[in-house]
Design a protein around this ligand. Structure first.
Ligand SMILES: C[S@@+](CC[C@H](N)C(=O)[O-])C[C@H]1O[C@@H](n2cnc3c(N)ncnc32)[C@H](O)[C@@H]1O
Length: 364
């Protein structure tokens, strides 16, 4: 299907409107928007010296009209026909493939990241275009062109629609994050989990974010709890966004960023962290010993991992802690999100026992 099939369609509709002289038109337009009275998706018209605005509620609009010396009436307006969802926008995909049309996608800043099923690949550009039509705040659509992989947890994308860029600014839980979706890891699906962890932090805590990425856990904790955070990130690109985001969110007095391997950094960090965030589901267990080394007595670790179920993850975390002879006071495990039918990301909140002796504080 060609992109022409998705060109914006319009039709004419008779609607109630207010007509005002050109000199007061902009002022009235703003007032109508403020009051929620302007019809969205219909273009105002110029008729001689007057500008006509279509309105949703003529009774309420008449009060405003009076104040602006405007007249109430009705006229034909061009209305843009916007599809309600992607399926409606993709009318020409054959019937047998329609069930495959994705009904959702991730949104990072103003970029949509969409998984395109293999059989829909020939329709991917139209799909991208459809997403920009349905959701006007989306300026770029990228198709996932492979799994998340490698140490830095990156994914390849193919451009589908909109502007040709992979940089954006994402807003989450009252913070802003600059990032490049093709060069760093970031998932908007973790925003609820980040809110949960932030809610557990007390302001005097010392927190270690071992796999900080562009900084969402570290920065949200610092911003909302005023706790001091050490944030480690190995990927130099993610680290440079981490630095920018620390500045952008005005938490540079609270967050210290380190560009290093978390295990190596644990050897020179002063130790005694009250809370350690280990958001590296594909490798967190390999870093548990380093985390224990820098944890304070009675500290809490948030250990993320891929597993077949939360119970499976509880079992694996418990086994690793027992190999390390770590005494645990409490462990609670929950599903963070489903990755596939047989795989979840789970988090174990581990309270390390008071008897546990962490490495003596290194005063170098
Ligand atoms: C799953 S991402 C999580 C990022 C971040 N916590 C978030 O919520 O967006 C894991 C991050 O760990 C980083 N990483 C991988 N190996 C590392 C290591 N050995 N030491 C420090 N960071 C590492 C990756 O580059 C990636 O940014």
């Amino acid at each position: 299907m060609g992109l022409g099939d998705l060109e914006h369609r319009t039709r004419e509709l008779e609607m109630a409107c207010v007509a005002v002289g050109r000199e007061r038109a902009e002022e009235l337009r703003r007032a109508l928007i403020r009051e929620g009275l302007l019809v969205r998706g219909a273009r105002p018209r110029r008729e001689g010296e007057a500008v006509l605005f279509p309105v949703v509620n003529p009774d309420r609009a008449s009060e405003l009209a009076e104040r602006f010396g405007a007249r109430l009436g009705s006229f034909k307006f061009e209305v843009e026909e916007r599809p309600r969802d992607i399926k409606e926008a993709l009318k020409d995909v054959p019937e047998e493939l329609r069930d495959l049309i994705p009904s959702s996608y991730d949104v990072v800043g103003d970029i949509a990241l969409v998984h395109v099923p293999e059989l829909l690949w020939p329709y991917r550009l139209t799909l991208g275009e459809a997403i920009t039509r349905v959701n006007r705040s989306i300026k770029v659509v990228l198709g996932e062109a492979g799994p998340i992989s490698g140490e830095f947890r990156l994914r390849q994308f193919e451009w589908l629609a909109g502007e040709r860029r992979t940089f954006t600014v994402h807003r989450e839980n009252g913070c802003e994050f600059e990032l490049d979706v093709a060069r760093v890891y970031f998932s908007p699906r973790l925003s609820g989990e980040r809110r949960r962890v932030v809610s557990l932090v007390r302001c005097q805590e010392r927190v270690l974010d071992m796999f900080a990425g562009v900084g969402p856990f570290a920065i949200e904790i610092a911003k909302h709890r005023r706790a001091s955070v050490t944030a480690i990130e190995l990927n130099p690109e993610a680290y440079s966004y981490l630095l920018r985001n620390i500045e952008r969110n005005k938490v540079s007095k609270l967050v210290e960023a380190i560009n290093d391997d978390a295990r190596r950094a644990a050897k020179y960090l002063p130790g005694s962290y009250d809370r350690i965030v280990m958001n590296y589901p594909s490798g967190s267990l390999d870093f548990l010993e380093a985390a224990i080394d820098v944890s304070a007595r009675g500290s809490t670790l948030h250990v993320y991992g891929f597993a077949s179920s939360p119970d499976d993850w509880r079992w694996r975390v418990t086994e690793r802690l027992s190999e390390l002879s770590v005494k645990v006071d409490d462990i609670s495990v929950r599903k963070v999100r489903e990755v596939s039918a047989a795989r979840v990301i789970a988090v174990a909140d581990v309270r390390v026992g008071n008897q546990h002796s962490s490495r003596p504080v290194n005063l170098k």
